[in-house]
Design a protein around this ligand. Sequence first.
Ligand SMILES: Cc1ncc(COP(=O)(O)O)c(C=O)c1O
Ligand SMILES: [Zn+2]
Length: 371
Amino acid sequence: MITGIRCFACERGHDPHALPTVCTACGMPLRVDYDLGAIRLRRGDGTGHRSGLWRYRAVLPLLEGDEITLGEGDTPLLEVDRNTWVKDESRNPTGSFKARGMAVAVSMARRLGARALSAPSAGNAAGALAAYGARAGLPVTVAMPEDTPRAFIDECRHFGATVHTVQGTISDAGKFLREHGPTGAFDVSTLREPYRIEGKKTMAYELVEQMAGDVPDVVLYPTGGGTGLIGMWKAFAEMAALGWIAAGRMPRFVSVQAAGCAPVVRGLETGAQRTDAWPDPVTRAYGLRVPAPLGGFLCLRALRESKGTALAVAEDEIARATGALAARSGIDVCPEGGAAWAALATLRESGFVKASDRVVVFNTGTGLKYR
Ligand SMILES: Cc1ncc(COP(=O)(O)O)c(C=O)c1O
Ligand SMILES: [Zn+2]
């Protein structure tokens, strides 16, 4: 029950029956709105009927039968310490949380008439797009930085996608596709269409169900383009409107970035409304190497509104924490998840996280593809 598609920045309405991109007035990302007062979706509804994120269909844009699925969602929430859990997104198809966003975005793109798909990526989004495109029967073209580990590239080719490697970062890969990509392919880049957020927001719905209706005090999220953070921020507001949680209840969100690419951290520190492009971004946590996120202003809004914070983690500390969490927990930790784990230790020391706080750290993907 969508009531409309509106711009996150200027609120201009857009046609929900056309393939939406960014705001036609200001170029900023679009948001999908629902008539939440009329939606009857109770916590625990659909458990046992449907698996994964599709049990939140009432707050997704899809009609019955339109879904392109590989069994995404339903990832475990694993206790790793007292009052501390890891939401292990490595268990999704193609090994990352990107599957959630692509499942919904590819389903909607096909329903709305897309004939081909493309996206720039740091690695995981490309693999997910290639898989869901294959499932939908739509040709996929992706572009990634040339130093992206081999496994990400091989995975896309395995799913039949056309892969371009580009000198520079994900920004350069996006530019390459806009200039040289296949004509007519629908661009499912981060926040350049509104539906990946809708898929990603289901992480927060799952979290609240797994915590039996409770809301964690702190959520640490490795932030690159920001879709996961923005999606969950949206989801907590929706859950309040649905009556799942008290109005205004939300975890304190923590954006974790790499010291070599931390535009959101800098934006928060300087009190800015928008993030500035990060010059010469460097990190082996490739998903965090996003120098100029289109949704940077929304990340800042989510962090401020939730009374959260943002933290940059040094490269050697990311590597150390990734190994340490994997070795103590058995979870297949990726560097981005390791960064979030490292940030938690710092925030405990600073007192931002107290021993009584219930904390959730996101491991956004598998560590296997980085070797
Ligand atoms: C493993 C991993 N973690 C985190 C991110 C950052 O994602 P988001 O766009 O939600 O900030 C990415 C993006 O590529 C990723 O691959
Ligand atoms: Zn606008």
